[in-house]
Design a protein around this ligand. Structure first.
Ligand code: HEM
Ligand code: HEM
Ligand code: SF4
Ligand code: SF4
Length: 437
């Protein structure tokens, strides 16, 4: 018998999608039975009280968590999101309900053994509930009490060789697309770069030293499977510089209907036979492709590497061999001054260990933003306030037409004094000699 009546939540157990309510109830039951004889370190009925408080929120249409919460582990300034229920008498099982962020592996590849160990730890010292994964990438351990934090941290680091993720005004946990592990479009090893930079900047991740939060994300190609362009202050997006590799025989197989377009992604509906002209040539954004006499041609100089043709004919077209990534900066959600996607800063950079060139870019940006950024000002906002030009100067980069979608239309152009013959120091009397009042 459940501890609380949950008539509203019970409705979410119907329907075909996996029900989080059924799952939490299952965990609540498992804890009550405790077949493994676990020495639970937080209330056994934590899951039931969570459902209880959630049901109350469904009823009231508002949250029942108190404002904020500052908890953590010694040595670190982040990694744990403290949280307290505002009805602790009614739901003592979730009086403390802190979330721990655990740094996930690249591409989120796991072994059953690793996950089992983590579950054993969390069953005993936490609620048994998780989020796989947080939007930033972390494994999220959802709900424990303050005294358990150091215990869990000790176990994570000493037994599992596993660190916490980031939270607060610091470098947050970096994340990547699956990359070369399973994708023929990956222009660099996203997991290697993500792992390397995560390790390189552990200090910046664990001890907040920034004006505000800062995120890295790594996409192997412009398809952006980890959405770096929208969800990271620095977005690393793979690309290539030479020609798209073309297999005319495979093109013929697509045209002949032997290979399904888009690897069969649209097989659920009859779109008619594949029409290379209509589905590829005419959709190329730069109109740099042609198909004549059974031969596909690409004017690679005009290709902007949008991925469309490659995505439609993955067996016939392949990324080039001269690979690297573009670096874009400044993406953020609306607060305070409006949403931003990242802006192209470096059109092409090689991605080669030990990634010194890339680190130089990161550190130049940090030097600028850490000094000039206002309290709780994202990089994207500093770029707006001080100007893209300033960012270029701080990164020792020359302006490049690829850095703008279009030139400015307004004529409010600033010149540096040394660019103007005679400088800015002028004498009105000198002017009056020629122009009487
Ligand atoms: C013979 C007399 C004048 C001539 C031939 C003249 C001519 C012009 C011209 C050609 C422009 C530029 C328009 C444009 O680019 O769109 C202009 C702008 C302007 N003029 Fe005059 N003007 C005269 C007198 C005055 C006077 C007496 C005043 C104010 C007391 C004045 C105030 C302005 C202002 C405020 C602008 C706009 C400047 C800006 O674009 O920010 N002008 N004038
Ligand atoms: C109580 C008196 C005045 C008020 C309340 C006033 C108000 C304003 C306002 C609100 C603007 C627009 C500013 C903007 O768009 O950012 C403006 C622009 C302007 N005003 Fe006035 N103004 C007054 C008197 C004057 C006088 C006496 C002159 C000239 C003799 C003048 C010349 C101009 C000019 C040239 C602009 C355009 C500036 C630009 O576009 O950069 N104003 N004024
Ligand atoms: S972003 Fe590109 S390389 Fe990475 S998984 Fe997606 S399609 Fe593949
Ligand atoms: S990648 Fe995009 S721009 Fe380049 S040829 Fe293919 S469709 Fe055209």
């Amino acid at each position: 018998m459940a501890k609380h009546e949950t008539p509203l939540l019970d409705q979410l157990e119907s329907g075909p999608w996996p029900s989080f309510v059924s799952d939490i109830k299952q965990e609540a039951e498992a804890r009550a039975k405790n077949e493994k004889g676990v020495e639970y370190q937080i209330p056994v009925d934590v899951c039931e009280d969570l459902l209880g408080v959630l049901e109350l929120s469904f009823k009231h249409g508002r949250t029942h968590w108190k404002h904020g919460g500052i908890v953590g582990v010694f040595g670190y300034g982040g990694g744990v999101i403290g949280r307290y229920c505002d009805q602790p008498e009614m739901f003592p099982g979730v009086a403390h309900f802190h979330t721990m962020r655990v740094n996930q592996p690249g591409g989120k590849f796991y072994t059953a053994e690793y996950l089992r160990q983590l579950c054993d730890l969390w069953d005993m010292r936490g609620s048994g509930l998780t989020n796989m994964h947080g939007s930033t990438g972390d494994i999220i351990l959802l709900g424990t009490t303050t005294p358990q934090l150091e215990e869990i941290f000790w176990e994570l680091t000493h037994t599992y060789n596993q660190d916490l993720g980031g939270s607060g005004s610091n470098l947050r946990t970096p994340a990547d697309c699956v990359g070369e592990a399973r994708c023929e479009w990956s222009c660099y090893d996203t997991q290697a770069l993500c792992y390397h930079l995560t390790q390189e900047y552990q200090d910046e991740l664990h001890r907040p030293a920034f004006p505000y939060k800062f995120k890295f994300k790594f996409d192997g190609c412009p398809n952006c499977c980890v959405a770096s362009i929208a969800r990271a202050d620095i977005s690393f997006i793979g690309t290539w510089k030479d020609d798209i590799r073309l297999d005319q025989e495979a093109v013929a197989a697509y045209v002949g209907g032997e290979l399904p377009p888009n690897a069969g992604s649209h097989a659920g509906r009859d779109w008619g036979p594949f029409d290379i002209q209509k589905e590829v040539i005419d959709l190329c954004p730069t109109e740099c492709m042609s198909y004549a006499d059974g031969k596909l041609a690409i004017d690679n100089r005009e290709c902007n590497r949008c991925m469309h043709c490659i995505s439609v004919m993955p067996r016939a077209l392949r990324i080039g061999n001269d690979r690297g990534c573009s670096i874009l900066v400044g993406a953020k959600a609306p607060i305070l001054d409006g949403a931003q996607m990242s802006t192209l800063l470096i059109p092409f950079i090689k991605v080669e260990e030990p990634y010194d060139e890339i680190k130089e870019v990161i550190e130049n940006i940090w030097d600028w933003w850490m000094e000039e950024g206002k309290n709780r000002e994202r990089l994207g906002e500093l770029m707006k306030r001080q100007g893209f030009q300033k960012l270029l100067e701080m990164c020792n980069l020359k302006p490049d037409p690829r850095m703008v979608q279009e030139p400015r239309t307004n004529p409010y152009i600033f010149w540096k004094e040394d660019e103007v013959p005679g400088g800015f120091q002028r004498d009105i009397k000198e002017f009056r000699k020629h122009h009487l009042r």
